[in-house]
Design a protein around this ligand. Structure first.
Ligand code: PLP
Length: 489
């Protein structure tokens, strides 16, 4: 059972647990206005009052705190500006898969953050958002020839994943000519596993990149660069949820050392940019932002001083850490029941919105906050979402038709009743933007909000999916196709 009662903190004060004295920040309060938690409470109440969630029709909605996204973007920029050589720009890209929403990409573009894309769909979203080609990086492990050609045609940087992909690039690039876009090779420094196997990209047998420690691999990589003067970047992906910062910095060090080795072997500074892929872990236990971008940038500078001495351009690819804290899923409690002595709140948020939490709950625990039917925190301002007085142990279930569809098990919460709302916190990345089409449940509407002196204002990021759209997405236009095929056979 995951009990966040000792760390959940909606007052914005640093949590009492988990603080080790290293650089830490709480989300807000900013120059004017409330903390992340206070803004969330205001937004939930306003979402109920303004009918974004309703008793009938719209039992679930997703809320995005626009200020929280901008604050995360600013923290990222500031952190790297603090360590990078003056005048040597760092290109931050956002891993689109973490929140594949055009308005989000557009907002980040305005903050100077480009896109890391890994499919034709993600590239289309980045282009729809107006993200310049020069701020876009393509990283998929399964790029087709068509995708490679398109990226080269657009001048979009890409990182080849393996020798076969490099051979395809050889075919597409004019020998002796300049490369149409910045090109790199992805290596796997094989530094080891984090606490979540599925998120660990740098194990000995990870599917990504050229495994650097394999027999002959390092020599092959050096030769690949020597033979291809247009290969000017080196890419690795070393971190994600569950990865210790120290291990990530070791991955960056291994990448830097290989670049130095290649440049000295070819006798010139052929590699001019290091793409340090992979994201920062997110604290799903409280509103505290930890680790911070600043902590990571400083650790990188300490571990790999040469990284920021001005000889290399730097690309980053953060996803989850830019968006997670900004998002809340708000779902109505339809029924409150009990089974075998266990209280169960049946809500409208389950596997369709929280796939990883439902299927691997130990790896992806979420905080749940309880609100009443008017959208007011249940159990008092500071206790909701935690085990305050009157809290009872309960399961928080979703609407999907399988028994394991639970977003929290045995959680101490104010008793959720029919008509209340359950909020899934820190769900701005990889939750509502990555729905799972189970039971033909609709994708919920997503609303950006600002909460200021003049109240809460919402703006639509994505409309809720309509039943007509579900039918259309489910072959509605081909209603008779199978019957007719049988008749014509
Ligand atoms: C997913 C991904 C990221 C971002 O990871 P997060 O954990 O969401 O920050 C960065 N780079 C690459 C290549 C990725 O595949």
């Amino acid at each position: 059972m995951h009990d966040f009662s000792s760390t959940a903190d909606d007052t914005g004060k640093p949590g009492e647990t988990g603080s080790t004295g290293a650089a830490r920040e709480t989300a807000g309060p900013g120059a004017r206005g409330e903390t992340l938690g206070a803004r969330r409470d205001l937004a939930v109440r306003a979402a109920v009052e303004q009918g974004l969630v309703t008793g009938d029709g719209q039992p679930i909605a997703a809320l995005l705190d626009i200020r929280a996204i901008r604050e995360a973007a600013a923290a990222l920029r500031t952190a790297f500006e603090g360590v990078a050589a003056p005048g040597r720009p760092v290109l931050h890209t956002f891993a689109v898969k973490a929140a594949s929403l055009v308005p989000v990409l557009r907002l980040l573009d305005g903050e100077g953050i480009g896109c890391e894309v890994a499919s034709p769909g993600e590239l289309a979203l980045a282009r729809a958002a107006g993200v310049p080609a020069a701020h876009t990086v393509l990283d998929s492990p399964a790029k087709t020839v068509g995708e490679l050609r398109e990226a080269l045609g657009l001048g979009i940087a890409l990182n080849a994943d393996n020798p076969e992909e490099l051979a395809r690039l050889d075919e597409l690039i004019t020998p002796g000519g300049p490369a149409p876009s910045p090109l790199g090779l992805r290596i796997n420094p094989q530094i080891g596993e984090g606490s979540i196997g599925a998120m660990s990209t740098a194990t000995a047998t990870s599917k990504f990149g050229v495994a650097l420690g394999d027999p002959g691999a390092r020599e092959w990589v050096v030769r690949a660069y020597r033979e291809r003067p247009w290969l000017t970047r080196l890419h690795s992906h070393v971190g994600s949820q569950g990865m210790p910062l120290k291990l990530m910095a070791q991955g960056a060090l291994a990448t830097y050392e290989l670049a130095e080795e290649i440049n000295s072997a070819v006798g010139r500074r052929q590699i001019d940019t290091l793409d340090l892929g992979g994201g920062l872990p997110v604290n799903f236990g409280s509103d505290e932002i930890t680790p911070t971008f600043e902590e990571y940038a400083r650790l990188l500078a300490d571990t790999v001083p040469g990284l920021f001495d001005g000889r290399y351009g730097i690309v980053t690819e953060f996803g989850r850490s830019l968006l997670a804290k900004a998002g809340t899923v708000l779902a109505r409690v339809e029924y409150a029941k009990s089974a075998g002595g266990r209280h169960i709140a049946v809500t409208h948020a389950g596997a369709q919105i929280a796939v990883r939490t439902v299927f691997t709950p130990e790896a992806w625990p979420l905080r749940v906050a309880a609100y009443d039917a008017q959208g007011a925190p249940k159990g008092g301002d500071t206790a909701h979402g935690a085990g305050g007085a009157g809290a009872v142990e309960q399961d928080v279930a979703g609407p999907c038709c399988f028994a394991g569809d639970l977003v929290a098990r045995g959680r101490l919460l104010p008793r959720l009743e029919a008509g209340d709302y359950a909020a899934l916190l820190d769900t701005g990345a990889y939750y509502f933007s990555n729905p799972f089409g189970y039971n033909s449940l609709p994708r919920p509407g997503i609303y950006g909000f600002t909460a200021g002196g003049d109240g809460v204002r919402f703006t639509t990021v994505r409309e809720p999916q309509s039943l007509e759209e579900i039918v259309a997405d489910s072959g509605g236009a081909h209603r008779d196709a199978l019957r007719e095929a049988l008749r014509d056979a």
